[in-house]
Design a protein around this ligand. Structure first.
Ligand code: PHE
Length: 340
């Protein structure tokens, strides 16, 4: 038995000199030290020995097992080290190669205009307000001094959901909602950017478009305040050389009412094709808040006054970026959108 053990020991050592891979080392381990391995088999036969010999052979067997484990482990380490070195030699990393390019998105031109408008109005002390796109007849019309059957309702081709619920046709309902939530506090100074809906569809009209509503209420507010705010806005949005002009108009919720034009940026006001040879481009509707609307919002028209305006975001973006078809905003053509 002793010679058997010694033989196993020298066999393993000899075999180890030839192995090159981790798998081969593993095979050796199984062959000699595994459950059915040769050394294990020898140990199983210990029962046949005379009792005095058992501890001596047992000790020897243990020594051999430990030694084999040790040399096998050493071999594993050696092979791993060699493999790692080979890998390092093969893999050369060129740190001067350009990195992978990510496809970066751009902001939609309408988002850019809304963000810029928000910045400008916040700079003038306005706060941002919000309201629902699905709106009641009351807020979209009635509380804006447009009772049922009022002929001015025809100015806005409305999507009705029920006879009392509409897709808001403008952001003006947020005027009354903001007043309700703030009354009797003054000043009220809000803008509300958002989506609005009308049954319209051509190169200059889309069934869904965006507006930015503005509302200021305070003691002693005058039309000149409206002019000052709008001039500041236009000159920051389009450039300090731009002028504005007010044309009398009609909205049931403002009195007096005015439409506001900005001087044409292409011809500087001389008249060209872009401005239909007028030198001016319309950008918004505005006026002094009608006393009835102040009352609907919970304010006393004998104590406070206000002005309001509503501008079309698409119109502003078309003027700012020289875009001639509104549908381009909604077609999602990446060649168009990448330009912003
Ligand atoms: N709501 C009006 C429209 O959509 C614009 C407007 C807003 C006019 C506020 C006056 C005051 O046409």
């Amino acid at each position: 038995m002793r010679t058997q053990l010694e033989k196993i020991k020298s066999e393993v050592k000899e075999a180890l000199n030839k192995v090159k891979s981790l798998e081969e080392v593993n095979e050796l381990k199984v062959k000699y030290l595994g459950k059915k391995g040769e050394l294990t088999q020898v140990l199983r036969g210990m029962g046949q020995l005379v009792p005095e010999e058992r501890p001596i052979i047992g000790q020897l067997a243990n020594e051999i097992r430990d030694e084999l484990n040790k040399v096998l482990d050493e071999q594993v380490k050696k092979i791993k080290k060699i493999e790692q070195e080979q890998k390092l030699n093969l893999e050369t990393i060129d740190v001067t190669l350009p990195g992978k390019q990510f496809l970066k998105g751009t902001k939609h031109p309408l988002s850019l205009v809304i963000e810029e408008a928000k910045q400008i109005f916040m700079g003038l002390g306005f706060q941002i307000a919000e309201g629902p796109e699905i709106e009641t007849d009351y807020y979209n019309f009635e509380a804006l001094n447009l009772p049922k059957d009022h002929p001015a309702r025809d100015m806005q081709d409305t999507f009705y959901i029920t006879s009392d619920v509409v897709l808001r046709t403008h952001t003006s309902p947020v005027q009354v909602r903001s007043m309700e939530s703030l009354t009797p506090e003054v000043p009220v100074k809000i803008i509300c950017p958002g989506k609005v809906y009308r049954k319209d569809d051509d190169a200059t009209h889309s069934p869904m478009f965006h507006q930015i509503e503005g509302l200021v209420i305070d003691m002693g507010i005058r039309m000149s305040d409206l002019k000052g705010v709008l001039l500041a806005f236009v000159q920051q949005m389009f450039g300090p050389d731009r002028k504005i002009r007010f044309r009398p108009s009609y909205f049931p919720f403002t009195e007096p009412s005015a439409e506001v034009d900005v001087s044409c940026g292409i011809c500087k006001g001389d008249g060209c094709k872009a401005c239909s040879y007028t030198g001016w481009l319309e950008i918004l509707g505005s006026g002094m808040v009608h006393p009835n609307v102040l009352k609907y919002g919970g304010y006393d028209p004998t104590k406070v006054k206000g002005f309001a305006f509503g501008m079309g975001v698409e119109r502003i973006a078309m003027l700012k970026y020289n875009i001639n078809d509104m549908r381009l905003f909604f077609e999602n053509d990446i060649r168009f959108l990448r330009q912003f």
